[in-house]
Design a binder for this molecule. Structure first.
Ligand SMILES: C[S@@+](CC[C@H](N)C(=O)[O-])C[C@H]1O[C@@H](n2cnc3c(N)ncnc32)[C@H](O)[C@@H]1O
Length: 264
């Protein structure tokens, strides 16, 4: 089984919320453009803390349904609470790894995943095996980053080298954090006909990005130490430097995120 490198539950919630604050609008436009509409049965893979789940459930409405899957009970607990608070009643959760998903064939109108395939050892296989759950003509929408395209302006060595460590840690686990650039050929190879493909790459001020960068650094640091890429002392230095020495007038460009949709 894949080892997820980031924190789940309350410890990872703020980072995913931040990502959704930045990318959510782009994700919603992407899903609408790709054909998400009222009455659909949607399968959301790797729903996390449910950043997109409530919105999708509201779009499909009471005649539609969302099946939201995640490997982590802690993530699902937060997502379920958010759904209950919003009063939406058309979502069911499945706690399972996507590789073990069992659903009826030809039963889903749209499959959605964001930032999941990058955490899988064999995303190609998952894309192929998910296809049988889609109705003929059913749609798949995936969003994944090309992590190496992160940019800091002017260059901030600390942040860029931390990003390189993150990519290396992924590789050690058998993950490809640069999967975004390969998403279109991957969907093609899995036998989907392509509907839409584009990249989004937001830029924000470093003042706004610092907290996000620190959250990610704190989450991945224990793994970097375990794998011998950073010592405890280097980790503490790095976190201190990030918290105190970042130039608030500089810019942070997120890794470009591929948005690719296709149909069966
Ligand atoms: C980066 S988060 C993205 C969450 C959500 N899609 C979003 O955009 O906010 C990745 C999620 O995938 C889940 N995950 C990782 N490996 C998984 C697997 N093999 N099967 C199902 N979920 C998995 C993690 O628990 C985590 O919640």
């Amino acid at each position: 089984m894949s080892k997820y490198l980031l924190q789940v539950g309350d410890k990872g919630f703020d980072r995913l919320k931040f990502i959704n604050d930045i990318f959510g609008e782009h994700s919603r436009n992407f899903l609408s453009r790709s054909g998400l509409r009222e009455g659909m049965r949607v399968l959301e893979l790797g729903c996390g803390t449910g950043s997109m789940t409530t919105w999708i459930a509201n779009v499909v409405g009471k005649n539609g349904r969302v099946i939201a899957l995640d490997a982590s009970e802690k993530q699902i607990k937060i997502a379920r609470n958010a759904i209950e608070e919003s009063g939406v009643a058309n979502v069911e959760f499945i706690c399972s790894i996507v590789e073990a998903l069992e659903l009826p064939r030809d039963s889903i109108d749209l499959v959605y995943s964001r930032l999941l395939l990058m955490h899988l050892k064999n995303p190609e296989l998952v894309l192929k095996s998910i296809k049988k759950h889609l109705k003929v003509g059913g749609i798949i929408c995936c969003e994944e980053p090309h992590a190496s395209s992160l940019l800091t302006t002017p260059p901030n060595e600390r942040i860029e080298s931390l990003n390189a460590i993150f990519i290396k840690l992924g590789k050690l686990q058998g993950f490809d954090f640069n999967i975004g650039d390969k998403l279109l050929p991957m969907l093609n190879a899995a036998g989907y006909s392509i509907l839409h493909a584009c990249f989004v790459q937001p830029v924000i001020s470093m003042a706004d990005a610092t907290e996000f960068v620190l959250m990610g650094a704190k989450e991945m640091a224990p793994f970097a130490v375990q794998c011998g890429m950073l010592s405890e002392a280097e980790t503490q230095d790095m976190l201190h430097e990030m918290a105190t020495k970042i130039d608030a007038d500089s810019y942070y460009t997120f890794p470009r995120q591929a948005q690719v949709s296709g149909y069966r």
